[in-house]
Design a protein around this ligand. Sequence first.
Ligand code: C2E
Ligand code: CA
Ligand code: CA
Ligand code: CA
Length: 279
Amino acid sequence: AKLDGRNTFRFFTPEMQAQSVRALQLENALRRALEREQFHLHYQPQMNLATGTVRSVEALLRWQHPQLGPISPGEFIPIAEDSGQILQIGEWVLRTALAQLKAWRSCGFPELTMAVNLSAIQFRQPQLPELVSRVLVEFDLPPDSLELELTEGVAVDDPHAAVATMDQLHARGVRMSMDDFGTGYSSLSQLKRFQIFKLKIDQSFVRDLGNDSNDRAIVSAIIRMAQALGMRTTAEGVETESQLAFLHEQGCDEAQGYHFSTPLPAEQLERFMRQHTAA
Ligand code: C2E
Ligand code: CA
Ligand code: CA
Ligand code: CA
């Protein structure tokens, strides 16, 4: 037990201790992960529901540690954010994803766009718009071939800075998507101020579309609101034909989920795209 400032004892259970040991272990391992090439990207298609083709792919980070095995981004990204390592890792993700996009655009998918997840920490860097433009130029890609996925948390600490960054990225022609829409804070007031290209409807609303009429009402309202505001919609976590049918009928633009494909290594995703190109 440890004495904290208010003269009360705080007890650490063995599980809590094991958790913090694991976090420390991962933080140390993360420091070497980039140079040891332990990261790679998987790609998941976002299907255009009007044409049945792949409009965009989302890059999802994977970490394979030689001893610890595969570690999920849900576990290591918060650790990388706390230690600041997310900046270097995030830049690697951006470069690697855009290099892959360049390759795909020049071998049969000239209209494809790439979605890259951005941490709120990256978003708070004043150099971010400059970095993004530089990498786009490096790969000779048009700015609107990139979609940056942000969560609603980006503007919590400093809404003015967030709006300024958003405006700069928008002015450079980069598209921004609001990820996990509906789960964060002050969604609607943010929508008013942000230059958002696309809303990604969180998978928690999609999961029970089949038997929850509240979820159906929420999803259909999000789609209509987005349409009225001139934004596109992508439904996340689409796993069944009936979810897809409902989304299509409601006018959702795109869908992403295991119903179409899990996130895949580049070669496999390329095979998937060849099977889903317009005739
Ligand atoms: P996200 O951006 O909301 O990504 C969607 C997550 O849902 C992914 O988990 C994906 O594999 C999973 N998913 C896709 N389709 C389905 C489905 O039909 N059903 C279910 N149950 N799940 C589905 P993943 O790859 O484990 O990533 C988790 C989170 O980690 C991401 O959530 C994102 O917030 C973060 N992340 C991943 N890659 C990066 C990255 O490069 N940078 C940053 N900053 N965050 C990342
Ligand atoms: Ca995302
Ligand atoms: Ca999401
Ligand atoms: Ca998420």
